[in-house]
Design a protein around this ligand. Structure first.
Ligand code: GUN
Length: 293
């Protein structure tokens, strides 16, 4: 069976259009007030600079005002904390994002813990994650990448309740919150990680697979049950002398093999990637709407 593609690029574009309309409505309702996102970037990592640029650009396109603090690689933890404190106190800022990773001399946990949970648009604050894990409690924000995975499943008409789901990877940013989100949707969730025995056999029992292990094409066709839905979070550059730039991007799933088995699958690129930014916009607008109301 050849799988149907889940077009993350098109779905993200649709969400950006929805956000644009919502921001316009908010402005009209609340005397011209716009949602504001503040991004703190420390250091000169090219990948982080690109992510931050793309995030700010996407914000501006939907009418969210973006603020930024760029600090040198040598910035002290106190300076980063000071930037966060300033945005915590600033009423025109509704979302604060500290781009990760931070330089090794800065305590990432201390910085993330300092972000007001009302402005924690990355959803990385332990209080937001804790609420995500608890039945009957709701986080103020859900981390953007796993939220994007769930949105792709929902907008692709995938029924979740009662289904077996496998999450490959247990990072704080993707795997762990993705597993919590699937559990909140009444899936029976197995988290597969580097120490899991019989990972392939366990994964091959799942109706829904979210791959977020950061290893190029690790999830092969034999990991996928016939008819399963596959969401590939990975984005890995692999050397390819025939490609234009000398490399090509692949996911954590072997797409050629898995698409022979799956009923629906996300491509890489053009699957989960564009959804992460769309969900950041969603979180910013939600945060602003709560503040304005
Ligand atoms: N670095 C890689 N992914 C992310 C993310 O989702 N948020 C932040 N703040 N930094 C990241």
């Amino acid at each position: 069976m050849a799988a149907q593609l889940i077009d993350g690029k098109a779905i993200a574009e649709q969400i950006r259009q929805e956000m644009k309309a919502e921001v316009a409505e908010l402005k009209e309702k609340f005397g011209g007030k716009a949602p504001g996102l503040a991004v703190v970037l420390v250091g000169q990592r090219k990948d982080s600079q690109t992510y931050v640029r793309n995030k700010k650009k996407a914000c501006e396109e939907v009418g969210i005002v973006s603020f930024g603090t760029d600090l040198d690689e040598s910035a002290t933890e106190a300076e980063v904390l000071q930037a966060v404190a300033g945005y915590n106190a600033d009423p025109s800022v509704h979302g604060i994002l500290v781009q990760l990773p931070l330089p090794p001399h800065i305590d990432e946990q201390r910085v993330l813990d300092a972000i007001s949970i009302e402005k924690d648009v990355d959803g990385f604050h332990p209080l937001n994650i804790g609420r995500l894990a608890m039945r009957g409690r709701d986080p103020l924000f859900v981390p953007c990448t796993p939220k994007g995975c769930l949105e792709l499943l929902k907008r692709s008409g995938v029924a979740l309740s009662g289904k077996k789901a496998a999450v490959v990877g247990r990072s704080n940013i993707v795997g762990m919150p993705a597993a919590l989100l699937l559990q909140r949707e009444d899936c029976t969730v197995t988290v597969i990680h580097s120490r899991t025995a019989n990972a392939q056999r366990i994964c091959a029992e799942a109706d829904i697979v979210i791959a977020a292990c950061g290893k190029a094409e690790m999830v092969g066709g034999d990991w996928i049950k016939e008819g399963a839905v596959v969401i590939d979070v990975g984005i890995n550059a692999v050397d390819d002398a025939t490609a234009k730039r000398g490399y090509r991007l692949v996911g954590d799933v072997n797409f050629a093999e898995a698409s022979e088995k799956a009923s629906q699958i996300t491509p890489v690129p053009g699957g989960v990637g564009p959804m992460t930014i769309a969900m950041l916009l969603r979180n910013c607008v939600d945060g602003a709407a709560r503040t304005f109301a």
